[in-house]
Every structure is written in structure tokens, then in C-alpha cells.
Design a protein around this ligand. Structure first.
Ligand code: ADP
Ligand code: MG
Length: 744
């Protein structure tokens, strides 16, 4: 080993110390060399340069033709790992490992599997009794022997021992010195000591240092040509890394628990909050439609508990407002197709329920309807007719006594529900929602007007509400028009029934209008909203009251038709791929049952959004602060350990891995637990305390959002924690091992 002009200068804030000055030496490949000198003379500094744990200011150390400090630095790692057995003056054991594992560690790093050596060495230095003790539980004499054992075990070419017997009694001192002497028969042993007697007794050569310079050398040698040694870079197994991780967790229980807890709570809280923040009704509902096969959405005018139809001008407005939309007009009718009274299945409906205005969004087989009496029917209607009547093909369909030519068939894609599981609420609702299109006949705009004018029977019940109040429950409603056949007993007022004049029942007057019969003055004006077919205001004067316990209103045919029949009314359907889908979902009233559930959740979410976003930001800040803080804590306790491992020749990445493993354990554990919380505990909480229905809890992807945001949070926290930890560790590792160990 050639030591050439080695100098080390320490610059501190207050002074510059020349700890080594131009040390020039040649050390042979074997023998026992003692370095002696007073305290502060530079012995340890020299030792650190020889072992590669500190970097000289100038000069170099050369083995064969390998230079430790010049050129590629990599040699240093292999050198530290395989060539040097270093016994630190202050032992530097790894607290996370027990005595045995500390001693065994260098073997693992050099990939040696002959673990019997460990026991041999333990026996030699006489520490069998404390073999499995924690290293911070043993005496300093024992620590010193563990440190010696650790250096001896890896059978390295050179042993460097800094005051190896400083804390030993004379018996053990002799054991150690004999051991080192024995080793020095075929390798180099460099020992620093105060003990001049020992130096004289055991040495092959004594080098005396003073003020960083060689004062005396008992057997000076000139440089000789020597073979170039090969170095083995350290190998560290994952098992070893896990052992270090668990040791670390065990030694820092309180810290580890609090980190684990935060890593669990933050994603969980963050998940619930971002579940609310990012819940978007349009997106969620669209996904729902895709998942359950629902294609259409029905829009209506909301009013209290009623769903209203659009008047002609309403939906024309909508068409203009939602440019490029393919809104479909949908009219409710009931066209019986089950004359033979077969039992109704769930799947096929016994009646046609809708008339749609044909537009080119539908795929048609056959001809497009062009005249008033031409219609097309859906493939589903055909299948229903076949189911109930056994008829394979129809060319004509009688609707309310009028015959229409069936010129084509619309492909609706209903077949996808043939084998659907209707026990699933959402699937059932999706099918029902699609029936608006499946269960329909299609005609032209003009054709519809014609068809409607031909029809006499509307089965839907109309209901009324008083102008100033809310809707009144009308338990029975009859289509009211002057009925020549029906005898009416006028009990107050008169029978005048004409344009703008109507008759009401006694129950309606007294209970709904709250006008006592005897106070009734002919001509009281009552304004009613008709909630069937179209929102229509009927303003009539009540001319008379007739005897009836039911709520009944009588209007003239003309008034009734104006109110109910003569309006062009419809609901609007949109397809889930409509260009304005998102906007329509967020601004219009969608009547689909499943949408209503989604929408209720959305309303709750919207209300809290701003506050929640603020919380989320705060949470991120907390996480950043927390990760910086804990990593600082980690580093404080880990610094020395890192330095020790570094001094063994372990590289940066393997040094960091135990901490990455630790965080990974928390993150994975936290992920599993917080997923369970979101999946089980949160719904339980909602059900028990918020009285949310199961249906709401299943609602759409709220929980998927929560889940994915758990993942998001975990990744975020992990990245933050790791990044700040890596940053800190890498800054530390820029220093030399000894600087890290001593925390300089
Ligand atoms: P010895 O081991 O012979 O007692 P050292 O090699 O430890 O001596 O120290 C030599 C000199 O260098 C001493 O004056 C010591 O104070 C100084 N010294 C050692 N390490 C540092 C350091 N990291 N920073 C500043 N001065 C140091
Ligand atoms: Mg010293």
C-alpha cells in the first residue's frame, strides 16, 4: 500500500487544522504495524484515509495500480467492502441489528455464505453470551469486541484497528492482540494504540506520528511493486434490507406508529373529501349508462312533485338552445297490443307507450315515414306483438280506430337486455329508461298532429293545483266536460258551463279551495294548473257547485281541450352521446329515476365543494410539512447508521432502500385499511347516522372516486415522502462516511 504525500486539512468556522501533512509511507502486504502518537496527532485521520472512509485533501493511496482517491470513485466502494476490515475507535455498530447480525453483515455484503465463521469469531472474542443481544444493551467493552469481530469476520486483506483495546481489560486485550498478531501472519494489520507496551510486544513496525507528520518509523520501507488486488462491490439482499427496516421500525416505535397513522388517515380523509369534490353528475351518469346499457335520458319540467311536459314553444326553445343536439320529442300514449289478455312478462310490454317524432338518429329498416298515415315501429314493438299475438310481421297498426301503414322498423338494440339480470336495480332502471325509445312508434311531425287529433282516449290522469297553493291531492279525477248523459245536481250557483266557466264538486270547493258551501258566491275565480300533458294554466270562474265527495272539476270540451288536449306537448329524450350531454345533465331536469339518485348526491357535493377544496389544499400542505418533519426526524436517528453502511462500501440506492420499504409497508397497509374504511365503515356510518339509503350508497362512482383518490393520495404522499427523504439522504451522502457518522 503506497501512501503518497497524504495531507488532510480540516477547515472549521474558527480554525484550520492540518491533521495530516504530507505523509509518505509504504505499508507491506502483511505484518503488524502500530501507529502511535499523542492524542490529536492525526492517527485516526490517517486511519480514515487508509480505510477509504474519508477523503484526503491532497495525496493518494495506491494499491497495485489502483488509486483510491483519484480517477473513478467506484473503486472506493469495492475497496471499503472487500479489502478493508475496519475497527472504529467508537465501534459504530448498527443499532437496528443484534450482535450476531452486526457481525454477520459484512459476510452478506460480500456474498459469503459461510456463516460458521460468525460463530467462530464470536467464540474467539468471547462474546457468545451476548450473541443475540441488542447492541445498545451491552457494555462498551463488549461493543468493542463486537466491532472487532465484525472486522475479522469478512476475512479481508487488511485490518485497520483504531484503539481496538481501549476499553478492554488486560485479559481481553491479550486475546485481541494475539488474534490480530495471528492474522498479521498473512495480511496487513494496522493498529493505533496508546499502549506502548503492547506496541513493543506485538509490532513488526511502529510508526510514530506527531502533529500530522511522521516523527519516527521503526522499519521504514521504500515502495515496492505489488500485485493489484481485486475488489468486490457490496451485495445487499432484499431480506437483509427488510431486516434493517424492521429493526428500524422496532427501534422507533412511536415515530413509526405516528407515520403509519398519518399515512392511513390522510388518504382516507382525502378520499372521502375528493370523492365529494370530484363527483360530477354528468360523468358519473354517463359511466352508469355505459355500464348498465341505458342510452336515453328523459327531460321534463319540474314542478313540485310533478313532472311536466314541455309545451311546443318550450321544446322549440330547447332545440335552439342546445344547438346540434338531437333531442327527440316523445309523446306518451297507450296503445293496447295485448288483446288476448296473456299474462304480462316483465320484458315485453302489453302496450305501446310512446310516439316519437322520427329523426335520422334512428337506424331504420324499410322506409322513412312521409305521410300522416305512415309510421315505423320499433323492433321491440314487433317482438312484443309477436309475443302477445303470435304475429310475425305487421304491415298495418290500428291506433285508436285509425289504421296506419307500417313502412319500416327502427333498430333499437333492445336485445342487449334479453338476458339482463333485472334483479339488479340499476339494470332494471336502465331498461325502463330505454323503453321510452324501445316501446314506441315513430311518425313525422305532421303525422303526430294528425294521429293525436284522431285519438279520443288519453289514459293519463290530469291533476290540478290551486294557483296560490301547492298541488292538491285529487283523489279521483274524471275527464270533465259537459256530459249530456250525466245528471248533475247543482246545489249552489247554476249550471252555466261555457268558455271560462266551470263547475266544481262540493268536496273540491270545501276541502281543496277551503270555501264553505254556504259562502260560495257564483263567479269565484279559480286558477288551476293542469299537470298533465302540458303545463297549462286554466283560469275559470266557478259558476256552480255539484254534489260529490270526490274532487271533481267540470269544464267545457273546449276548455278541457285547450287545457289538456290541444297543446302540443312532449317530453324530450337525449341520447347519452349527445353533444350537449354534460350541459343538459347539469342544467335540465332529468326525470330518470337513477339520474335522480345521482343528482341528489351531486347536490350534496356541490354545496360543500369550495370548503372541501380548501380542506384538500390544507391537507396537501399538512402532508408536505409532515413528510419534511418526519424525514428530518428519520434522518436525525439514521444518519450514523447511513454513515456506517456507507463506510462498508454500500452505495446510495441500497442505503435508501430500507426507508423506501418502510414507507411502502405503511402505504400498502394504509391502502388496504382505508379501502376497507371507504367500502365498509363509511357506508355504515352514512347508513347509521345520515340515514342514507342503500341505493344512494351504491350510487355511481362516488366510491370509485373515493377509491381512486385513495390511490392518488397514497401515490402523492409516497412521492412526497420519498422525494424529501431521498433529497435529504442524498445531500448527506455527498459527504464522506466519516463525516456522516460524526455528523459534520
Ligand atoms: P488522534 O486520532 O491522533 O487523536 P485525530 O486524527 O482524531 O487525532 O485528529 C487530528 C487533529 O485533527 C486534531 O487536532 C483534531 O482536533 C483534528 N480533527 C480531527 N477531525 C476533525 C474534524 N472533522 N474537523 C476538524 N478538526 C478535526
Ligand atoms: Mg483517534
Amino acid at each position: 500500500m503506497k501512501i503518497r504525500h497524504l495531507s488532510k486539512t480540516y477547515k472549521t468556522k474558527y480554525e484550520v487544522v492540518h491533521a495530516l501533512e504530507d505523509v509518505h509511507l509504504y505499508l507491506p502486504q502483511k505484518g503488524m504495524v502500530f501507529i502511535v502518537g499523542v492524542s490529536g496527532s492525526g492517527k485516526t485521520t490517517l486511519m480514515n484515509m487508509l480505510s477509504g472512509v474519508d477523503i484526503p485533501t491532497t495525496g493518494e493511496v495506491i494499491l497495485g495500480d489502483k488509486s483510491l482517491y483519484q480517477g473513478a470513485k467506484r473503486e472506493l466502494f469495492g475497496y471499503r467492502n472487500s479489502y478493508v476490515g475496519l475497527i472504529f475507535q467508537d465501534y459504530n455498530l448498527i443499532e437496528d441489528l443484534n450482535v450476531y447480525d452486526n457481525i454477520k453483515l459484512p459476510l452478506d455484503f460480500t456474498n459469503q455464505k459461510n456463516y460458521e465463521v460468525v460463530d467462530e469469531v464470536i467464540k474467539k472474542v468471547d462474546i457468545e453470551a451476548i450473541k443475540y443481544s441488542k447492541v445498545n444493551e451491552i457494555s462498551s467493552g463488549q461493543m468493542q469486541r463486537v466491532a472487532i469481530a465484525r472486522a475479522l469476520v469478512k476475512d479481508s486483506q487488511m485490518i485497520l484497528a483504531d484503539e481496538p483495546t481501549g476499553n478492554l481489560d488486560s485479559k481481553n486485550e491479550k486475546i485481541v492482540m494475539d488474534l490480530l498478531k495471528d492474522i498479521s501472519k498473512d495480511r496487513l494489520v494496522v493498529v493505533i494504540t496508546h499502549d506502548e507496551d503492547a506496541a513493543i510486544e506485538y509490532s513488526d513496525r511502529i510508526i510514530e506520528i506527531e502533529d500530522g507528520k511522521i516523527l519516527n518509523d521503526s522499519h521504514p520501507m521504500i515502495e515496492q511493486v505489488e500485485p493489484t488486488p481485486s475488489f468486490v462491490e457490496p451485495i445487499i439482499t432484499l431480506k437483509e434490507q427488510f431486516k434493517l427496516t424492521f429493526g428500524f421500525i422496532r427501534n422507533n416505535t412511536a415515530r413509526s406508529l405516528s407515520v403509519a397513522l398519518v399515512l392511513l388517515l390522510v388518504p382516507f380523509i382525502g378520499a372521502i373529501m375528493s370523492g365529494y369534490v370530484f363527483f360530477d353528475v354528468a360523468e358519473s351518469y354517463h359511466d352508469f349508462q355505459v355500464e348498465y346499457g341505458s342510452d336515453y335520458l328523459s327531460m321534463s319540467e319540474p314542478n313540485g312533485d310533478y313532472l311536466l311536459y314541455y309545451k311546443e314553444e318550450d321544446y322549440l326553445d330547447k332545440m335552439i338552445y342546445y344547438k346540434d343536439s338531437n333531442l327527440i320529442n316523445r309523446y306518451d300514449v297507450s296503445i293496447d297490443i295485448n288483446p288476448n289478455d296473456y299474462a304480462q312478462t316483465y320484458f315485453y310490454q302489453p302496450e305501446i307507450t310512446n310516439i316519437l317524432i322520427y329523426n335520422n338518429t334512428f337506424t331504420i329498416q324499410g322506409k322513412v315515414p312521409t305521410t300522416n298515415t305512415e309510421i315505423v315501429v320499433s323492433d321491440y314493438v314487433l317482438a312484443s306483438i309477436k309475443y302477445y299475438q303470435g304475429i310475425d310481421a305487421i304491415t298495418q297498426l290500428r291506433i285508436d280506430g285509425v289504421m296506419y301503414q307500417v313502412v319500416g322498423v327502427v333498430k333499437t338494440g333492445y336485445e342487449k337486455f334479453l338476458n339482463a339480470n333485472f334483479l339488479n336495480d340499476y339494470t332494471r332502471m336502465a331498461f325502463e329508461e330505454n323503453l321510452a325509445v324501445y316501446n314506441a312508434v315513430f311518425t313525422t311531425e305532421a303525422g303526430y298532429q294528425y294521429m293525436r287529433n284522431q285519438m279520443t282516449s288519453f289514459e293519463e290522469i290530469a291533476s290540478f293545483t290551486i294557483y296560490t297553493g301547492g298541488p292538491i291531492p285529487i283523489t279521483k279525477y274524471e275527464e270533465v266536460h259537459v256530459s249530456k248523459e250525466r245528471p248533475i245536481d247543482i246545489i249552489r250557483g247554476n249550471t252555466i258551463l261555457g268558455s271560462g266557466y266551470g263547475l266544481v264538486s262540493r268536496a273540491f270547493l270545501e276541502e281543496a279551495l277551503e270555501i264553505p258551501l254556504y259562502e260560495f258566491q257564483g263567479g269565484s275565480r279559480v286558477i288551476m294548473y293542469c299537470y298533465s300533458r302540458a303545463k297549462y294554466r286554466i283560469s275559470v270562474r266557478i259558476s256552480g257547485v255539484f254534489e260529490s265527495d270526490d274532487y271533481e272539476v267540470m269544464l267545457t270540451d273546449a276548455d278541457f281541450n285547450t287545457a289538456v288536449r290541444k297543446q302540443s306537448y312532449s317530453r324530450l329524450l337525449i341520447h347519452r352521446d349527445d353533444v350537449n350531454y354534460d350541459e343538459i345533465l347539469q342544467t335540465e331536469h332529468i326525470t330518470n329515476q337513477s339520474f335522480v339518485y345521482a343528482n341528489e348526491m351531486w347536490d350534496t357535493a356541490k354545496g360543500a365543494k369550495i370548503v372541501l377544496i380548501e380542506f384538500l389544499i390544507v391537507l396537501i400542505i399538512i402532508v408536505i410539512a409532515f413528510s419534511t418533519l418526519t424525514n428530518q426526524m428519520t434522518l436525525a436517528t439514521e444518519k450514523k447508521k447511513i454513515g456506517i453502511k456507507y463506510s462498508f462500501g454500500i452505495k446510495k440506492i441500497p442505503i435508501i432502500i430500507p426507508y423506501i420499504i418502510e414507507l411502502l409497508l405503511y402505504i400498502v397497509g394504509g391502502f388496504i385499511i382505508s379501502t376497507l374504511l371507504v367500502k365498509v365503515a363509511f357506508p355504515l356510518f352514512m347508513r347509521t347516522f345520515i340515514y342514507t339509503t342503500d341505493f344512494d350508497l351504491k350510487a355511481f362512482d362516488f366510491f370509485y372516486i373515493a377509491w381512486s383518490s385513495i390511490i392518488g393520495w397514497d401515490v402523492l404522499i409516497y412521492v412526497l415522502m420519498i422525494a424529501s427523504l431521498l433529497g435529504m439522504i442524498l445531500t448527506v451522502i455527498r459527504k464522506s462516511p466519516i463525516e456522516i457518522i460524526k455528523d459534520l
